[in-house]
Design a protein around this ligand. Structure first.
Ligand code: NI
Length: 159
Protein backbone atom coordinates (compact mmCIF):
# COMPACT_ATOMS: atom_id res chain seq x y z
CA UNK A 1 0.00 0.00 0.00
CA UNK A 2 1.39 3.33 -1.01
CA UNK A 3 -0.24 6.70 -0.84
CA UNK A 4 1.02 9.11 -3.48
CA UNK A 5 1.18 12.86 -3.11
CA UNK A 6 -1.83 14.55 -4.74
CA UNK A 7 -0.84 17.53 -6.85
CA UNK A 8 -2.83 20.69 -6.24
CA UNK A 9 -4.16 23.47 -8.45
CA UNK A 10 -1.30 25.67 -9.65
CA UNK A 11 0.95 22.66 -10.24
CA UNK A 12 1.76 22.72 -13.99
CA UNK A 13 1.47 18.91 -14.25
CA UNK A 14 -2.32 19.28 -13.89
CA UNK A 15 -2.43 21.33 -17.11
CA UNK A 16 -0.61 18.78 -19.26
CA UNK A 17 -2.23 16.32 -21.68
CA UNK A 18 -1.74 12.68 -20.65
CA UNK A 19 -0.28 10.10 -23.04
CA UNK A 20 -1.89 6.82 -24.09
CA UNK A 21 -0.84 3.67 -22.27
CA UNK A 22 0.66 1.15 -24.70
CA UNK A 23 1.23 -1.71 -22.28
CA UNK A 24 0.40 -2.43 -18.63
CA UNK A 25 3.87 -3.01 -17.22
CA UNK A 26 4.54 -3.96 -13.56
CA UNK A 27 5.33 -0.30 -12.99
CA UNK A 28 1.88 0.70 -14.28
CA UNK A 29 0.24 -2.02 -12.18
CA UNK A 30 1.93 -0.51 -9.15
CA UNK A 31 0.75 2.97 -10.18
CA UNK A 32 -2.86 1.73 -10.48
CA UNK A 33 -2.70 0.05 -7.07
CA UNK A 34 -1.26 3.23 -5.53
CA UNK A 35 -3.95 5.34 -7.24
CA UNK A 36 -6.67 3.26 -5.55
CA UNK A 37 -4.89 3.55 -2.19
CA UNK A 38 -4.59 7.30 -2.65
CA UNK A 39 -8.22 7.67 -3.75
CA UNK A 40 -9.62 5.75 -0.77
CA UNK A 41 -7.28 7.42 1.72
CA UNK A 42 -8.54 10.81 0.51
CA UNK A 43 -12.21 9.70 0.46
CA UNK A 44 -12.42 10.74 -3.18
CA UNK A 45 -14.74 9.66 -5.97
CA UNK A 46 -12.14 9.68 -8.72
CA UNK A 47 -8.45 10.21 -9.42
CA UNK A 48 -6.51 10.70 -12.64
CA UNK A 49 -2.84 9.72 -12.98
CA UNK A 50 -1.83 13.33 -13.64
CA UNK A 51 -3.06 14.17 -10.13
CA UNK A 52 -0.24 12.04 -8.76
CA UNK A 53 2.19 13.51 -11.28
CA UNK A 54 2.14 10.76 -13.92
CA UNK A 55 1.11 11.90 -17.42
CA UNK A 56 -0.63 8.71 -18.52
CA UNK A 57 -4.26 8.13 -19.52
CA UNK A 58 -5.27 6.23 -16.39
CA UNK A 59 -8.27 6.96 -14.17
CA UNK A 60 -9.73 5.26 -11.11
CA UNK A 61 -13.32 5.97 -10.05
CA UNK A 62 -15.46 4.69 -7.21
CA UNK A 63 -18.73 6.52 -6.60
CA UNK A 64 -19.98 4.18 -3.85
CA UNK A 65 -16.82 2.98 -2.10
CA UNK A 66 -17.58 -0.54 -3.30
CA UNK A 67 -17.46 -0.23 -7.06
CA UNK A 68 -13.90 0.42 -8.27
CA UNK A 69 -13.61 1.22 -11.96
CA UNK A 70 -10.30 1.41 -13.80
CA UNK A 71 -10.20 3.29 -17.10
CA UNK A 72 -7.14 3.11 -19.33
CA UNK A 73 -7.11 5.28 -22.49
CA UNK A 74 -10.81 6.20 -22.09
CA UNK A 75 -12.66 7.90 -24.94
CA UNK A 76 -16.13 9.41 -25.02
CA UNK A 77 -18.50 7.79 -27.52
CA UNK A 78 -21.70 9.63 -26.66
CA UNK A 79 -23.17 12.14 -24.21
CA UNK A 80 -26.70 13.38 -23.67
CA UNK A 81 -28.86 15.37 -21.30
CA UNK A 82 -27.72 17.85 -18.71
CA UNK A 83 -27.12 17.97 -14.95
CA UNK A 84 -26.12 20.87 -12.76
CA UNK A 85 -24.64 20.29 -9.33
CA UNK A 86 -21.79 20.82 -6.92
CA UNK A 87 -18.46 19.36 -7.88
CA UNK A 88 -15.16 19.04 -6.09
CA UNK A 89 -11.68 17.75 -6.81
CA UNK A 90 -8.90 16.28 -4.68
CA UNK A 91 -6.54 18.74 -6.41
CA UNK A 92 -8.66 21.68 -5.23
CA UNK A 93 -9.00 20.76 -1.54
CA UNK A 94 -11.81 22.20 0.56
CA UNK A 95 -13.52 23.90 -2.38
CA UNK A 96 -16.62 23.25 -4.44
CA UNK A 97 -18.53 24.95 -7.23
CA UNK A 98 -21.52 24.38 -9.47
CA UNK A 99 -20.80 22.73 -12.82
CA UNK A 100 -23.18 21.74 -15.61
CA UNK A 101 -22.34 18.54 -17.47
CA UNK A 102 -24.12 15.92 -19.56
CA UNK A 103 -26.33 13.61 -17.48
CA UNK A 104 -25.35 10.56 -19.53
CA UNK A 105 -22.06 9.40 -20.96
CA UNK A 106 -20.94 6.32 -22.84
CA UNK A 107 -17.23 5.63 -23.12
CA UNK A 108 -14.84 2.99 -24.37
CA UNK A 109 -11.76 2.22 -22.28
CA UNK A 110 -9.25 -0.57 -21.63
CA UNK A 111 -8.97 -2.71 -18.52
CA UNK A 112 -5.79 -3.90 -16.76
CA UNK A 113 -5.37 -6.63 -19.41
CA UNK A 114 -5.69 -4.02 -22.18
CA UNK A 115 -9.04 -5.46 -23.23
CA UNK A 116 -11.52 -2.85 -24.46
CA UNK A 117 -14.89 -2.42 -22.78
CA UNK A 118 -17.75 0.03 -22.92
CA UNK A 119 -19.18 1.79 -19.89
CA UNK A 120 -22.31 3.87 -19.51
CA UNK A 121 -22.98 6.22 -16.63
CA UNK A 122 -25.65 8.66 -15.53
CA UNK A 123 -25.80 11.32 -12.83
CA UNK A 124 -22.87 11.04 -10.34
CA UNK A 125 -21.06 8.36 -12.35
CA UNK A 126 -21.38 10.42 -15.55
CA UNK A 127 -20.13 13.50 -13.70
CA UNK A 128 -17.18 11.57 -12.25
CA UNK A 129 -16.22 10.05 -15.61
CA UNK A 130 -16.39 13.41 -17.40
CA UNK A 131 -14.48 15.18 -14.60
CA UNK A 132 -11.67 12.59 -14.68
CA UNK A 133 -11.47 12.56 -18.48
CA UNK A 134 -11.05 16.34 -18.35
CA UNK A 135 -8.00 15.79 -16.09
CA UNK A 136 -6.43 13.61 -18.80
CA UNK A 137 -6.70 16.58 -21.17
CA UNK A 138 -5.16 18.97 -18.63
CA UNK A 139 -8.42 20.58 -17.53
CA UNK A 140 -9.79 21.22 -14.04
CA UNK A 141 -13.47 21.66 -13.15
CA UNK A 142 -12.79 25.21 -11.96
CA UNK A 143 -12.63 26.25 -15.65
CA UNK A 144 -16.29 25.17 -15.97
CA UNK A 145 -17.45 26.52 -12.61
CA UNK A 146 -20.57 28.66 -12.63
CA UNK A 147 -19.89 31.36 -10.08
CA UNK A 148 -17.09 31.51 -7.52
CA UNK A 149 -15.52 28.56 -5.73
CA UNK A 150 -17.07 28.09 -2.31
CA UNK A 151 -15.77 26.47 0.85
CA UNK A 152 -17.12 22.93 1.14
CA UNK A 153 -17.92 23.48 4.82
CA UNK A 154 -20.12 26.51 4.06
CA UNK A 155 -22.05 24.67 1.36
CA UNK A 156 -22.59 21.69 3.69
CA UNK A 157 -24.07 24.03 6.29
CA UNK A 158 -26.47 25.48 3.71
CA UNK A 159 -27.74 22.10 2.48
NI1 NI B 1 -10.45 16.16 -10.00
Amino acid sequence: MAIRNIREIGDPVLEKVCKEVKEVTPRIQELISDMYDTLYEANGVGLAASQVGVLKQIVVIDTTGEDPILLINPKIIETSGEQTGYEGCLSVPGKTATVTRPNYVKIVAYNENMEPFELEGTELLARAILHELDHLQGHLYVEKAEGPLQDVEEVEEET
